[in-house]
Design a protein around this ligand. Structure first.
Ligand SMILES: [Zn+2]
Ligand SMILES: [Zn+2]
Length: 378
């Protein structure tokens, strides 16, 4: 039972005394450890770019900026660690943060250029960049407008969700290939004489809007199938097994769920002839919006809630209450659920609890990967 032990260790180290109160050295210590760990990882990527970075991103980095940001990050991590050591009775956070900053400096980037290298690589850079930017945006937002103020960043089972986040980002190259390969072939089989010229005649913003609508219609169908077909539900139950929601919880997805949903959505978009700029815009939108709707944020979007999926709308999708069962399948456009009669949005209310009632889903990452196949064998 490595994971519960790890959770307990993190709880003891990070969460022992009134963590949200300023002046206890908790915020500086945690930020120091986080920044130190990200900087140490980035240093490793620069040291071994061929193995640890994805070629698609490798060519795009402005190296002078990357090095500047990295050096600034190391200095800030070290200073925050010192601040935590001064403020805090327990020194483990400050020492770890300072230690990581010193270790990263000692490793150094070797002056290597990140360009060149083999065509196959892990997306450690993609993981670090996303983790850093999303934490930078969502951790403060969840502190300023929390739905559940008592819920810590280190809530139960958060380590499992970090592993899901890590796996889906580090394997970015393999996953992109496995999504693109069927999508491009299926889309090529669709006749494009009438619709594609019409779509290509639209301006980029028009193609983007069409992409969001078509993607969410396709996503609605696939998502609903994942709920009602028992074989598919075994995979999707993993996503619903999180007992708490926050910006990290949406990462909890079985890889089969990720591959099936994304390749079918992409097939729909490519069949219509949506071009690269609109496609990139859609991908940027979906990556941010998907994180936002899981966040521990008390935002309901007011009058906009009927137009754009809010955190409240998707939190109801994760509710374990009978009233919300198999409701709110859309992830961008809530009116799709209204049209198909599956919208559940009781005025002013949020769900009390989340999860999969009565379904035992393993707590750890590997157990969750194996769960659908084990359940099938039973
Ligand atoms: Zn679902
Ligand atoms: Zn979700």
């Amino acid at each position: 039972m490595v994971r519960p032990a790890l959770d307990e260790w993190f709880r003891r180290v990070f969460d022992d005394d009134a963590p949200s109160r300023l002046g206890t050295g908790w915020v500086s210590g945690t930020a120091s450890v986080f920044l130190g760990a990200v900087a140490a990882g980035a240093t490793l990527v620069l040291r071994f770019p061929g193995a640890l970075s994805a070629p698609a991103f490798r060519e795009l980095y402005p190296m002078a900026v990357v090095r500047g940001v990295l050096e600034a990050g190391l200095v800030v991590a070290f200073l925050l660690g010192v601040l935590s050591l001064l403020l805090r009775r327990r020194k483990v956070l400050g020492l770890t943060g300072c230690g990581l900053a010193i270790l990263a400096t000692a490793i150094g980037d070797g002056g290597a250029s990140a360009r060149g290298g083999p065509e196959l690589g892990l997306g450690l850079d993609w993981f670090l960049l996303n983790l850093f930017l999303l934490a930078l945006v969502f951790v403060p937002l969840e502190r300023l407008w929390p739905l559940r103020a008592e819920q810590s960043v280190f809530r139960p089972a958060w380590t499992t969700d970090v592993v899901h986040f890590f796996a889906s980002h580090v394997l970015v190259q393999a996953l992109s290939f496995l999504i693109l390969w069927p999508a491009t072939r299926l889309a090529a089989a669709v006749p494009d004489a009438v619709v594609v010229p019409l779509v290509r005649g639209l301006p980029t913003w028009g193609q983007w809007l069409l992409a969001v609508i078509v993607a969410d219609l396709a996503q609605y169908a696939v998502h609903r199938a994942f709920h009602v077909v028992p074989l598919l539900w075994r995979f999707h139950a993993i996503h619903h097994s999180s007992p708490a929601l926050d910006w990290l919880a949406g990462s909890r997805l079985h890889l089969v769920d990720v591959l099936a949903t994304r390749s079918l959505v992409l097939t729909a978009l490519l069949s219509l002839g949506i071009e690269a700029p609109a496609l990139t815009g859609y991908l940027a939108f979906v990556s941010l919006h998907a994180v936002l709707i899981h966040a521990n944020l008390r935002w309901d979007f007011g009058a906009l809630e009927r137009v754009l999926v809010s955190p409240r709308f998707h939190h109801w999708h994760h509710s374990d209450a009978a009233e919300a069962r198999d409701r709110n399948f859309a992830v961008h456009l809530p009116w799709i659920d209204a049209v198909f009669g599956t919208r559940h949005l009781p005025p002013g209310r949020w769900p009390d609890t989340y999860g999969v009632a009565g379904e035992p889903v393993p707590a750890g990452y590997l157990g969750q990967l194996a769960h659908p196949f084990r359940a099938a064998a039973d």
